[in-house]
Design a protein around this ligand. Structure first.
Ligand code: ATP
Ligand code: MG
Length: 445
């Protein structure tokens, strides 16, 4: 009764129909957990004792893609599809991810094959009946992620659970039960048997859905998973930095603080840019003697080296190409914001007009508040951007590639350089096209 109002009509109607036809039917998994935690559920999963063919017969529109695993997708007249699964038991796992077969079973057996106790509760939202075969309610109250049964055996069956354990702990702000936690490091290297796409999905959710993504990163490290999936980030641990710029400590600590300071529900682009912005520091670190004789750590070209590394990491994780390029671009440019007050107007305007500027500025702010705490450049850029935003949009360039061809230039890589110089002059106030053309170098003979 308490929950009936929280359930959308489609899953509720499916539960009612199954019961009217004499079947058991419950909400199960993440939606029950989230209802009990007062969080909005992502999707509504239903379990029943009805067999797949029976489910297909009871509902007018269904998909049978998951039928081999006992899952029928019911397509309601309104709202998103709902997965209706027959109580099942999983046959042994041999590939570290998938059971070799499934057999149909009862509610208790179905609960016991699930990953964590808080994910195995069954709820009848109409009567309010909660079935808890695995101690999930107590763990919800204690805010614990606990594997069902023997944690080592469960992680060995399906290695994705290693990462799911950390992701649930981080995003729900729960602790890992000690035995569950202790079972992860010895198996961490097995995570490579899981597809890159699955690892990516878990990692990206961990970064964007955790209230403290820095603490999530630390947990990933403490469980031995970080050096497996992101060795380049693990390499930031212990990489010292000059204390006058970075009183907070090494590169990893700095990155962790920035992740913790991200706004709630950050974009994936920003979260990844923060995670990887200094990934170029470990390979470029060298202890340099400055001209005045003092010595300090330097990280020459770490932004461009880091951008290339970010590209390689995100490609390895099968991130979308556009996202990868945007993150790499933000990282490659992240040191140039410090020069903003000295930039020529055209250069500053290009920075302010970039579609990535909002994230670049936020990265800069996080970088500052997680180190020396100087925000003067940030405020300069905020003001400049407010002025810029009040101005009309950038005019189209007066000089184009056609003009260069008309002047006798042959199209080639030098075009963009010439066009950029002409456009810079235009943005700085030269609006006479003839004058702009006159300033263009004559083509080589
Ligand atoms: P969320 O959707 O917020 O990620 P969820 O708990 O709903 O959380 P799903 O991946 O949607 O997670 O899976 C639904 C349910 O299926 C889980 O709650 C759990 O009971 C079960 N489950 C999912 N993945 C596994 C797994 N790898 N091993 C065992 N059970 C699993
Ligand atoms: Mg779910």
């Amino acid at each position: 009764m308490k929950f009936a109002d929280a359930i959308p009509p489609a899953p509720r109607q499916i539960l009612v129909t199954l019961r009217q036809h004499g079947h058991e039917a419950f909400l199960v998994g993440g939606c029950v957990r989230d209802l009990l935690l007062n969080r909005p559920p992502k999707d509504w999963d239903i379990v029943t004792d009805a067999l797949p063919d029976r489910i297909m017969a009871l509902f007018p529109k269904t998909h049978a893609i998951g039928k081999a695993f006992g899952i029928i997708t019911v397509v309601p007249e309104e709202g998103p599809p709902v997965e209706v699964a027959t109580y099942r038991a999983d046959a042994p796992y041999t590939d570290g991810r998938h059971p070799t077969a499934v057999t149909f079973s009862d509610a208790r057996t179905d609960a016991q094959r699930r990953d964590f106790t808080i994910n195995a509760l069954l709820l009848d939202p109409v009567s309010g009946e909660l079935r808890d075969y695995v101690g999930g309610q107590a763990d919800l109250a204690a805010r614990l992620i606990r594997a069902i049964g023997d944690p080592t055996a469960r992680f060995q069956e399906d290695h994705l659970r290693l990462l799911r354990a950390v992701r649930f702990a981080a995003t729900l702000d729960f602790a890992l039960d000690p035995a569950t936690r202790a079972a992860i490091p010895p198996l961490a290297s097995q995570i490579h048997r899981i597809s890159a796409e699955r690892i990516r999905d878990e990692l990206f959710r961990l970064l964007t859905e955790s209230q403290q993504a820095g603490a999530a990163l630390q947990l990933l490290h403490d469980t031995g998973l970080l050096r497996e999936i992101l060795p380049e980030v693990a390499a930031m641990i212990g990489v010292e930095q000059p204390p006058e710029f970075h009183p907070e400590g090494d590169v990893f600590t700095h990155t962790r603080l920035m992740l913790d300071a991200l706004p709630p529900r950050p974009s994936l682009r920003l979260a990844l840019a923060v995670l990887l912005h200094d990934v170029g520091k470990p390979p470029t670190a060298h202890y340099a003697t400055l001209r005045d004789g003092t010595q300090r750590w330097r990280f020459e070209s770490h932004a461009s080296v880091g951008a290339d590394m970010a590209r390689a990491i995100l490609t390895r994780l099968r991130a979308p190409n556009a996202l990868t390029e945007e993150v790499a671009t933000i990282i490659a440019g992240h040191m140039r914001l410090a020069d903003a007050p000295n930039m020529r107007p055209a250069k500053l305007r290009r920075l302010l007009g970039s579609p990535l500027f909002a994230d670049e500025l936020e990265l800069h702010r996080l970088d500052c508040i997680s180190s020396h705490a100087q925000l003067d450049i940030y405020h300069f850029l905020q003001n400049a951007h407010a002025q810029f935003a009040a101005e009309p949009v950038l005019p189209p360039p007066l000089v184009t590639g056609r003009d260069l061809i008309a002047l006798g230039h042959t199209p080639g890589p030098h075009f963009s350089e010439i066009l950029q110089a002409a456009y810079d002059q235009q943005l700085e106030g030269q609006t006479d096209k003839a004058a702009l053309l006159a300033a263009i170098p004559v083509p080589p003979p």
